[in-house]
Design a protein around this ligand. Structure first.
Ligand code: CP
Length: 318
């Protein structure tokens, strides 16, 4: 059943009122209406055992704290069960089993799969290999669509809107998949984006080209001070150590930016700070208790968004 639905046009099915049986591989799979529908559907979740008898498989080929555990928490809260792994080292992949064969096994054990993998495009390959819905929990430097839904939800809850905001992205624009996904999602709304990074860690050109095509107002700079008086929101990211081909290069850029109370004093009053986490040292802990800091609230929102997504894709809400 899921296989047949997966072959149909995504937007057409959703217009018909159903996310049932769909994959979520890229944020580009979703129209503006579909994004907003998911955010609004969070209201259908609270206190309901919507997924009793269903099984979620979490296949994590890369480390994770928030994404894996919030998916597991989400499934448990909805009355479902969870199987899976947080590292391929404890699976038969370490004995030489292929990704394809692993997926074929899991398909018969679970109703839905969440997968993270270091190779760009690998989760789309997974979705094409199995009949159950597959959710991308991060593929290489490519996409992290569920983080983007969490981010949009957090912005909307905080500001009461997604239009009319000036948003700065700070840190690693080159390897940060959360930035790649979120910048595209924000292109549906009337926003101004500022990408703040060292020259060598700028947004890859193909993402910028997409934003130009979509008529998004954006600038690229190196120094936060140039714009901090204009920003409603600063989305900070870690320099992605694990993505650098050469560790010496990482050493050059680590610690490029550090946000502390002195930065807040120079910024627009009330500027909010988000971060997909984990952080290393780019946000001082002295900001954690301020009204500016949204990052722990953002991580908490991961559960309700992932509950909603699981219930939508498994068809127990619409
Ligand atoms: N934000 C995020 O993806 O965190 P984890 O790597 O801990 O899942």
């Amino acid at each position: 059943m899921a296989k047949i639905l997966k072959q149909r046009n995504y937007h057409e099915d959703v217009r018909m009122g159903s996310f049932k049986g769909k994959d979520l591989i890229s944020i580009k799979d979703l129209s503006k209406e579909e994004l907003l529908h998911i955010l609004d559907a969070t209201s259908k979740i609270k206190g309901k055992e919507l997924l009793k008898g269903k099984v979620l498989a979490t296949l994590f080929f890369e480390p994770s704290t928030r994404t894996r555990l919030s998916f597991e928490s989400a499934m448990s809260k909805l009355g479902g069960a969870v199987i899976g792994f947080g590292s391929p080292n404890i699976t038969s992949i370490s004995k030489g089993e292929s990704l394809h064969d692993t997926l074929k096994m899991v398909e018969s054990y679970a109703n839905i799969i969440v997968m993270r993998h270091p190779v760009d495009g690998s989760v789309r390959y997974a979705a094409e290999s199995v009949s159950v819905p597959v959710i991308n929990a991060g593929d290489g430097v490519n996409q992290h669509p569920t983080q983007t839904l969490v981010d949009l939800y957090t912005i909307k809850e905080t500001f009461g809107k997604l239009d009319g905001l000036t948003i700065g992205f700070l840190g690693d624009m080159k390897y940060g998949r959360t930035v790649h996904s979120l910048a595209y999602a924000l292109s549906h709304f009337k926003v101004k984006l500022v990408f703040i990074s060292p020259e060598e860690l700028r947004m890859p050109e193909h993402y910028l080209e997409e934003l130009r095509e979509r008529k998004v107002s954006f600038t690229e700079i190196e120094d936060l001070e140039e714009v901090s008086q204009q920003l409603d929101l600063l989305y900070v990211t870690r320099i992605q150590k694990e993505r650098f081909p050469d560790p010496v290069e990482y050493e050059r850029f680590k610690g490029s930016y550090r946000i502390d109370k002195s930065v807040l004093l120079q910024s627009k009053q009330g500027m909010k700070i988000m971060h997909p986490l984990p952080r290393v040292d780019e946000i001082s802990m002295e900001l954690d208790a301020t009204k500016n800091a949204l990052y722990f609230e953002q991580a908490k929102n991961g559960v309700i968004i992932r509950q909603t997504l699981l219930a939508l894709l498994l068809g127990t809400i619409r």
